[in-house]
Write a protein that binds this ligand. Structure first.
Ligand code: CTP
Length: 402
């Protein structure tokens, strides 16, 4: 029983996939969880409250109050009661409302009141799912720290085939068991993550920067928060910041700003992961007024920025774990190992620009982790979310070995 003693709140919205929620409730009960179901009014058209009440062994709630008994269903208490809140299925309508912070029924009021991890399993027709506004809402909910499960591709209630089918109940249950078991792995740990590029201003209109999107660093920050850590994310310009309540974002612009922010948070951090692509050089002087093109070449006199990671390596205490990235095109392993030793790191994550699907702006990455004891672990090409999970696993085993 993987969920013994866990309190799970299940939200059901109006979608044909609601018939699968009965099976989901049964699976959670089998894993030992205590279940409370909250439904929207339109979910009643697809599955009866009696079915879900019988399977969950608890009355099912829909409204803020029950006029027959004169009781009030306290959304705040329900939100605080739960160890996890799973909304399955999540219709396009409810998805839009959650993304906008609406609070018009018990299900959405509990959502806003909950402090536990929230899992969303969308279910809708393929064109609805592909609609840019639905995708934008989903992205917003993911950035707010919600964990999106599915949907999967397959035959839909409309007879069409495509992406939009709610994930299978056993997949949802297995995934949630895995996440809840790992949710306390980094409890109480302070983790500092850097992400994105830095921008070195030449004059008010021009700057030196690079192509980093910050997606890898953001995925790492979010994954660490999911595992229970208190995360500080120092992010360069243009990074799409997560809205996750467990991640404190510190936006910076230049390498010097990033250096100062890292110095501020480093001493309290148990683990520091430098995923940022820090500019190596900056103009010796930044002009306050726009430089005429005739004077531009002479204005481009450069000086090195501080190597933040190398500096953190000199300050590192024995209980602290320091992780760097190495983006290489040639002689990859040797170069990465050189950085690991030179900068006094516990591990370095190597990306090769030669690997298809790896590198800046992509949603996938292919990494090799090199540890200071020379253990080298190569990984397959994966989504940046999965790569972040592999990195978190390695860091957790590194903490356990300390
Ligand atoms: N880094 C840093 N400060 C810098 C430059 C890099 O903290 N001024 C960090 C990066 O965040 C990364 C690691 O150092 O974690 C390696 O960065 P990379 O650009 O691969 O290596 P460099 O040390 O800059 O060396 P080179 O450009 O010669 O490969």
């Amino acid at each position: 029983m993987k969920l013994l003693g866990k309190k799970i709140l299940i939200g059901v919205t109006g979608s044909i996939a609601a018939y699968k929620t009965a099976e989901l409730v049964r699976l959670f009960v089998k894993e030992g969880a205590e279940i409370q179901v909250v439904m929207t009014r339109s979910a009643h058209d697809f599955v009866t409250p009696l079915t879900l009440a019988t399977l969950s062994k608890n009355p099912v709630l829909t409204d803020f109050s029950d006029p027959d008994t004169g009781t009030w269903n306290n959304h705040v208490d329900l939100g605080l009661w739960a160890d996890a809140y799973i909304i399955a299925p999540l219709s396009a309508n409810s998805l839009g409302k959650l993304a906008s912070g609406y609070c018009e029924n018990l299900l959405s009021a509990v959502y806003l009141s909950s402090r536990c991890p929230v899992f969303l399993a969308p279910a809708m027709d393929l064109d609805m799912f592909a609609h840019p506004l639905v995708q934008e809402n989903l992205d917003r909910l993911a950035r707010a720290g919600n964990i999106i499960i599915g949907p999967e591709s397959g035959e839909l209630a409309s007879g069409l085939k495509g992406e939009g089918r709610m994930s299978a109940p056993d997949e949802i249950c297995n995934y949630i068991c895995k996440i809840l078991q790992s949710a306390s792995e980094l409890q109480g740990k302070n983790i500092l993550v850097t992400a994105g590029p830095t921008r070195e201003q030449i004059d008010p209109v021009r700057f030196i920067s690079n192509n980093s999107s910050g997606k890898m660093g953001v995925a790492i920050a979010v994954e660490m928060a999911v595992r229970g850590a208190i995360v500080t994310l120092v992010a360069g310009p243009g990074v799409k910041l997560p809205l996750n309540r467990s991640v404190t974002c510190v936006p910076v612009v230049s390498a010097e700003d990033m250096y100062k922010a890292c110095m501020q948070y480093f001493s309290d951090s148990d683990v520091t992961i430098m995923a940022a692509a820090v500019a190596d050089y900056r103009p010796v002087e930044t002009s306050d007024s726009k430089i005429k093109k005739t004077g531009l070449v002479s204005a481009l006199s450069l000086e090195p920025t501080k190597d933040i990671l190398a500096e953190l390596g000199t300050l590192k205490a024995s209980h602290q774990i320091l992780v760097g990235f190495a983006l290489e095109t040639d002689n990859e392993l040797e170069n990465a190992k050189g950085k690991l030793h030179r900068k006094n790191l516990d591990m370095i994550i190597l990306n090769s620009m030669k690997d298809t699907g790896a590198g800046f702006e992509k949603d996938t990455n292919k990494i090799t982790i090199i540890e200071k004891n020379n253990v080298i672990t190569p990984f397959e090409l994966k989504s940046k979310k999965e790569v972040a999970s592999d990195i978190a696993d390695k860091i957790i085993s590194c903490i356990r070995l300390q």
